[in-house]
Design a protein around this ligand. Sequence first.
Ligand code: NAD
Length: 257
Amino acid sequence: MGRLDGRVVLVTGAARGQGEQEARLFAAEGARVVLADVLDEAGRAVAEELGGKSARYVHLDVGDEAGWPAAVAVAKDAFGRLDGLVNNAGILRFNALEHTPLAEYEEVVRVNQTGTFLGMRAVAPELAAAGGGTIVNTCSYTALAGMASLTSYAASKAAVLGMTRVAALELAGRGIRVNAMCPGGIDTPMINPAPLDPGAGRAAVDELFRAHVPLGRAGRPEEVARLALFLTSDDSSYVTGQPFVVDGGWLAGLSLF
Ligand code: NAD
């Protein structure tokens, strides 16, 4: 028996990285999964690999309000219901505060923050109609601690954590739990260009994590997926409105000696 038998879960940004691993793990645990992304070729390939009984792919730009009803409809048409959402899609832009163009700030907010808002708003009635469900929002350690050159990203992720708490309060009465994951550095194309451009910066990235993370390495996307599984399954049935850090100890503090 899988931990998600009978569940139907929509995962955004599921074409690669953490979202892909969440979709794969959820399907392995018995869920039927709708993978949403803007990377259509990659997203479709993952869904096809998982098979038609377990997965569908839908093109969804999470910041586009009009796209959400169509994505929800794919879940209902294919699998009859929707009772879980992982708001995973996100983008990262590095820039010093003084050099951040407004357009870049707004682009990050549109995907990370507005996308999460639109997702929660679109699925809440469906989750309620299914008798309850779960929403997992992907924040970041930058929702809890600062990091230079990440004004727009940190702002968007702190906003997601704020929304998570409010949504948890508003939706608890309808059996919907809402939690947030705060990953540290996770080895995906977002922070590590190597998988996309072999040889580019891999050693530098490894050294950064060896030096600064107590567990001495970046996290693996599967390790975040397992937290998403916990928060989506009944294993977390008494948990809502909380941030969960998965960072190899990065936020625990300094280790000077
Ligand atoms: P990634 O870049 O590998 O994957 C992000 C996915 O989101 C991609 O498939 C991308 O196409 C998709 N996406 C981007 N914009 C989209 C949009 N407008 N609509 C739909 N899909 C869109 O990165 P990842 O590390 O897997 O990131 C997943 C989540 O984890 C993000 O929210 C990210 O901010 C967060 N996060 C990542 C790290 C890290 O170190 N990698 C750390 C903390 C938080």
